[in-house]
Design a protein around this ligand. Sequence first.
Ligand code: OAD
Ligand code: ZN
Length: 250
Amino acid sequence: MSELEDKIAQAQEEIQKASHIAVLTGAGISAESGVPTFRGQEGLWQNFRPEELATPEAFWRDPKLVWEWYDWRRNAVRDAKPNPGHYALAELEHYVQKITLITQNIDGLHQMAGSHDVVEMHGNIWQIKCTKCGEIEESYVVPLPEIPPKCKKCGELARPNVVWFGEMIDMSVIDASLQAIEQCQVMLIIGTSGVVEPAASMGLVAKQTNKTVIEINLEETPSAGLYDIVIREKSGEILPLLFTSNKTLS
Ligand code: OAD
Ligand code: ZN
């Protein structure tokens, strides 16, 4: 058995034993759907500066610029379809009693693949939120007819319903994530560089409470040394193999 086959067999065994699995995903799971990641050679932050585009200060300085960037990203995501990694996670719900899927992604591809109760840590790019009355509108129109868009209810400036650098993540989201990590037996960490908090520490929390942590990422990550099983392959290729014991690597 090759080293990879051995790791896959170990991961399958852990998953089969588990009744609750917590899953944390990042931009890497959507990479095979053609959605750009943030870091790495072709990452968004190579060409754009986060502080100019993904902060509340940037938005209030120049809402049009920030909205143009989000409109461009909405366009990039619009034609994206879930890949076998998203579908495998959705299918996992049929085999394991409880799955909690926590994602840092704002693309909605997990839901499109059929996952339920997705915890969206960083919001959703298809939602437009009023800066005054808080009204949330779901809109899939690309390009947006008006930039920056206005609230349909009160007419004030609207913003993308996403979490920017320097903003608080909803406590209910943190609570739901930590509760799942506390209650699960196995945690899967997929396609995240592990450098943005609080998601970056979630694997450590799982280890502190003696959970089995399985990481799938193409590249090295800061906390990988602490994890139980580390697979350095594409998530869209590995995830479909993990959840059905009769499948083997081709
Ligand atoms: P990153 O772009 O930081 O990291 C993507 C990770 O996915 C990297 O570690 C890659 O090695 C890995 N990867 C790429 N393709 C893969 C594949 N096919 N299979 C498996 N792994 C693959 O994205 P995140 O960790 O999600 O926040 O970034 C976290 C947050 O930083 C984002 O939510 C965003 C960003 O700034 C905000 O905008 C607030
Ligand atoms: Zn409003």
